[in-house]
Ligand binder design. Structure first.
Ligand SMILES: Cc1cc2nc3c(=O)[nH]c(=O)nc-3n(C[C@H](O)[C@H](O)[C@H](O)COP(=O)(O)OP(=O)(O)OC[C@H]3O[C@@H](n4cnc5c(N)ncnc54)[C@H](O)[C@@H]3O)c2cc1C
Length: 476
């Protein structure tokens, strides 16, 4: 009897766990699955997905929802038999803090870049100059030669002016990525914007005229889903299911090297105490770790070490305020450089109203508010200890929401390395790295490659697993 091949997955974030799920058969456990071992450096699985308790309820201290229009997360949850735990977001819309006030964000700006003048007329807090700059794009557009990629900031500044770039696109697009639109790649993050810019002429007209638009299609149904017990239950449940399929998931196990060898198995995965022979390896670690593990194989893999990350923190708090006291919608976005009364600028980049988003968390007389801090070029929060951070965030929340309440319970959760920054030229960098890894018999997975976000991470892991399976089939 031929021995079962062996696959090692490095990293038990969602992409690594999803890779193991796919390798073990996906929807239906496969009797022909290889031996699968998942090695995770941290003491728990799930990467940034982490559960805590606030006001006696389980609450996500990390990611709390995922985009509904991408199928990967929902499909996995259904395959795991958890469809009944799926919940829909209970609110929509958000506000933008401009000129010392909250302004509702027009719905057609949901993904950050205007496709017409209408949302810019509707959005309060913009100066007449900002609107005039956008209007000029329609009547006398500025020329901007655009090649295969450009930064989102370069396009928006040239076409719609600096104020719309700083006060609209930066908080809506840069904020989600915890980065700066002047660095972020339009090709990777907003291909519709790049296509519109490449057409030349008016950006607003090009986007309105049907260049693939970053504005959502208006498909029916909720925009986001979560799980009733918190999204942090997903990696735990997945690790359980994998365990029952015979997949070994080892936490507190840091991989130190992956070596190509000659012999029965082409690869060996090394930790401080073990050397595991493998027929295929899926590397689902953050880019700098992947570069450290594989960089000596090929300069294109070493180049992953240049991927910048934006560390971030989330301060989740319970306030003794009725939720009705909160502005409508799911939260608030704060532009970079917003002045702070205590001197300098605000550190909070966004607020999320957790119990507005997720109905099961609602309780009378209290509100669960999460503040986000940390951008690629604003790491001031990292110098604050938790107590200092709680106090500063509570002061900024009080200003943003116009209330004097202090939180009764607070959790500070810090995220390292944080979010990968898809900078200009990113697609080329990751395509080369992926090809180099494949030449070495290894597949790469995770938010470095196929987009940041839970569905993207799951899709990425499953894609890498399919490539690994195909590799095993070829070797037979
Ligand atoms: C603060 C924050 C908020 C977010 N909010 C949302 C949200 O609300 N909705 C959404 O859809 N997405 C959100 N995201 C994005 C989403 O969480 C990620 O894209 C996704 O979880 C990434 O999964 P991954 O498997 O690629 O990486 P990770 O989850 O980072 O997994 C990589 C794993 O590799 C392990 N590892 C590292 N080095 C080694 C080693 N040497 N050996 C073994 N293991 C190692 C790490 O410990 C980690 O567990 C958020 C991300 C962050 C950081």
């Amino acid at each position: 009897m031929t021995p079962r091949p062996s696959v090692v997955v490095i990293g038990a974030g969602l992409s690594g766990l999803a890779a193991a799920w796919e390798l073990s058969g996906g929807a239906t456990e496969s009797p022909d699955a290889p031996r699968i071992e998942v090695l995770e450096a941290a003491g728990r699985v799930g990467g940034p997905l982490v559960l805590g308790e606030l006001g006696g309820q389980a609450v996500d201290l990390g990611p709390d929802g995922f985009l509904a229009r991408r199928p990967e997360a929902r499909t996995l949850i259904e395959e795991m038999g958890l469809a009944d735990d799926l919940i829909d977001i209970g609110a929509s819309g958000a506000s933008l803090w401009l000129r010392g006030q909250l302004h509702p964000i027009p719905r057609s700006l949901a993904l950050g870049v205007p496709a017409s003048m209408a949302p810019l007329r509707e959005l309060g807090g913009l100066s007449w100059r900002a609107r005039a700059a956008a209007w000029r794009d329609r009547v006398a557009p500025r020329a901007l030669p655009v090649g295969d990629d450009a930064s989102i900031g370069e396009i928006v500044r040239a076409k719609l002016g600096d104020e719309i770039a700083a006060n609209v696109v930066e908080p809506l697009v840069g904020g989600i990525q915890a980065g700066r639109i002047d660095d972020l790649s339009a090709a990777a993050l907003l291909p519709g914007l790049l296509a519109a810019a490449q057409r030349g002429g008016s950006l607003l007209r090009a986007m309105a005229a049907g260049a693939p638009s970053p504005v959502p299609s208006g498909a029916p149904g909720p925009a986001f889903h979560s799980l009733r017990g918190g999204l942090g239950t997903l990696p735990l449940a997945l690790a359980d299911r994998l365990d029952s399929r015979g997949v070994v998931v080892r936490t507190a196990t840091t991989v130190q090297a992956v070596r190509r060898v000659t012999g029965e198995h082409p690869l060996v995965v090394e930790t401080a105490h073990t050397a595991t022979p493998a027929d295929a390896v899926v590397v689902a670690t953050p880019a700098p770790v992947t570069a450290a593990l594989l960089g000596s194989w090929d300069p294109d893999l070493a180049a992953l070490g240049s991927v910048a990350y934006a560390a971030a923190a989330m301060v989740s708090a319970s306030y003794p305020e009725a939720m009705a006291a909160l502005p409508a919608g799911t939260g608030v976005l704060v532009p970079l450089g917003t002045p702070w009364a205590g001197g300098g600028t605000m550190i909070v980049t966004a607020l999320t109203f957790l119990d507005r988003k997720w109905e099961h968390l609602r309780q009378p007389g209290r509100a669960l508010v999460r503040a986000h801090v940390g951008r690629s070029d604003d790491q001031r929060y990292a110098a604050f200890d938790d107590e200092h951070l709680r106090a500063r965030v509570a002061d900024e929340v009080a200003l943003l929401l116009g209330w004097s309440a202090r939180p009764t319970e607070v959790h500070v959760q810090r995220f390292l390395p944080g979010l990968p920054q898809y900078r200009v030229g990113y697609l080329d960098l990751v395509a080369r790295a992926r090809a180099a890894a494949a030449r070495g018999g290894v597949d790469l997975a995770g938010s470095t490659y196929d987009g940041v976000g839970i569905p993207a991470a799951i899709g990425s892991g499953r894609r890498a697993a399919r490539a690994a399976r195909a590799r095993l089939a070829e070797r037979r």
